[in-house]
Design a protein around this ligand. Structure first.
Ligand code: CMP
Length: 139
């Protein structure tokens, strides 16, 4: 197997409320990804703002921060081949109503802010989001 890469997924409050955690994490496990870290927590507003800081100043930022901190979320670090791109293909388009059938958003949702799951879009985003979600190791 080629070198494994890591990425982060976060099942959003709508996905947790709807009981989709097992289904979603199970899809990644069945695909072959290994769960390296796993945690349920409820974001504070400050933690949500840090997690999504790349979107700070955008018109939807306030709504996004309010939503992601509205209830428990489940974050998982996944490891496997080409994890960032492969996991995002499995997640599907950001606008859930446009997401292809067979993707997580395509199969389970119609929302935009409430689009069930977040996945890191680059190695740099992963590093930032992992620290915001799990804290800095040793820091
Ligand atoms: P996510 O993959 O978590 O990354 C940022 C989130 O912001 C995105 O999914 C959507 O839930 C949300 N988002 C992005 N653009 C918009 C928008 N124009 N309006 C509302 N929400 C958005």
């Amino acid at each position: 197997m080629s070198a494994a890469e890591e990425t982060l997924v976060v099942v959003k409050p709508d996905g947790v409320r709807r009981g989709l955690v097992g289904e979603i994490i199970g899809r990644f496990e069945k695909k072959g990804f290994v769960v390296r870290e796993l945690r349920m927590q409820t974001f504070s507003k400050a933690q949500a703002e840090k997690f999504y800081s790349v979107h700070s100043g955008k018109p939807f930022f306030g709504e996004l921060v309010a939503f992601i901190s509205s209830g428990p979320v489940v974050g998982a670090v996944l490891s496997g081949r080409d994890a960032v791109a492969t996991v995002r293909r499995m997640v599907g388009a950001t606008k859930s109503w446009e997401a292809a059938a067979g993707t997580i958003r395509g199969d389970f949702g119609l929302g935009y802010t409430d689009n069930i799951i977040h996945a890191s879009d680059s190695a740099e985003s992963f590093a930032h989001e992992r620290a915001a979600f799990f804290g800095n190791p040793g820091g």
